[in-house]
Design a protein around this ligand. Sequence first.
Ligand SMILES: [Zn+2]
Length: 115
Amino acid sequence: MSAVAFSRLNFLYQAIEELVSSGIKGKLALIHSYCKSFAQIAEKKVLRLDPTIRRRICKKCVILLIPGVTAIVRHRSKRQKHKVVTCQLCGTMRKYYDLSGKSFSIESNTATGNG
Ligand SMILES: [Zn+2]
C-alpha cells in the first residue's frame, strides 16, 4: 500500500469534485486532466478503488459523474431494481443493480471510501 498514492488520489478526487460541483463550463480541460491523472495513478499503483468511487468515473471519457451536473441518474424497478447512470458528455450508459445490503449509492460524498 502506498500512502503517498492514496493521499494523492484523495487530493485529486476532492479537487475534481469541487471543480465539477461548481460547474464545468470553461473548466473541462482542467477537470479532464485531473481525472486522467487520477485514473493513471490508480492504474499504475494497482490500487483497488472503492466501488462508490469507481462508479463515479465515466469509463469512456474519464470524468467524474455527479448527478445533475455531469450525469443523469434514473432509478428503474421493472424486473430487478437497478439504476442507470448516463454520462452527459459522451452519452455512455452504465447499469448498476441494487444489491440490498451492499453499498449502492453514487450520490454519497465519501472521498476515501470504506476500504
Ligand atoms: Zn463519459
